[in-house]
Design a protein around this ligand. Structure first.
Ligand SMILES: C[S@@+](CC[C@H](N)C(=O)[O-])C[C@H]1O[C@@H](n2cnc3c(N)ncnc32)[C@H](O)[C@@H]1O
Length: 194
């Protein structure tokens, strides 16, 4: 079975550019077959970015975990964050790099299974996590973020109610100092953990 997170080099390429505006920040990213949310900005990702609150007293670092074709990391780079992005999907990594380069934006894009190749700590980790990989890997990504956050660092994620948001929140409360549902819309929860 082909999932958007498996690498399938034989899949025909049909690159599409998606132009978007979050608040007043405009940017674009390229999508393709075999990557998440082909041809559009995912509703959950859009809600996450529109809800995401940040402060800039000094230089801030941000990790886009499971970056896909890059809508989170590219936005953050455009806002002025120092950005790392990572994914297991090589086609997604290629698309993210291409979009960044064309828009003269900077970010390091890593091929990494969860935090395997991530050695830094961040002020923010922002993710639309891969629910379909199963609970074990999902928890490695969500609970593992704690080890990659600076003191008072924040994890921001989007999860659907039908995908188990309520029980995830309960489990996150065992790991994080504070867990808050910042907003809910159409069954999507935006969760912030400190
Ligand atoms: C729901 S998609 C979100 C993609 C992108 N951030 C967006 O909002 O459009 C989840 C992403 O996680 C990636 N992923 C799956 N398993 C992963 C793993 N073990 N480590 C890192 N990323 C993974 C998938 O390839 C996919 O790009």
């Amino acid at each position: 079975m082909n999932h958007y997170f498996t690498n399938n080099e034989n899949l025909k390429s049909e690159i599409k550019r998606v132009d978007t505006v979050i608040h007043s920040t405009s940017y674009y990213f390229y999508t393709d077959n075999g990557v998440f949310s082909k041809g559009e900005l995912d509703f959950g990702t859009e809600l996450l970015l529109k809800t995401f609150e940040y402060s800039f007293p000094q230089e801030k670092t941000l990790l886009d975990m499971g970056c896909g074709c890059g809508p989170i990391g590219i936005y953050a780079s455009k806002l002025g964050f120092t950005v790392d992005m990572s994914d297991v999907n090589r086609r997604a990594i290629h698309l993210s790099r291409m979009s960044l380069k064309e828009q003269e934006l900077k970010a390091n894009v890593y091929e990494s299974d969860a935090y395997e190749n991530i050695n830094n700590k961040y002020d923010y980790i922002v993710s639309n996590p891969p629910i379909r990989v199963g609970k074990e890997k999902l928890y490695e990504i969500i609970m593992g973020a704690k080890e990659h956050l600076n003191e008072n660092g924040e994890l921001w994620i989007v999860v659907r109610k039908q995908q188990g948001a309520e029980s995830l929140i309960k489990d996150m409360k065992e790991v994080y100092r504070s867990v808050e549902v910042v907003t809910k819309k159409k069954g999507f929860y935006i969760i912030k953990a400190i």
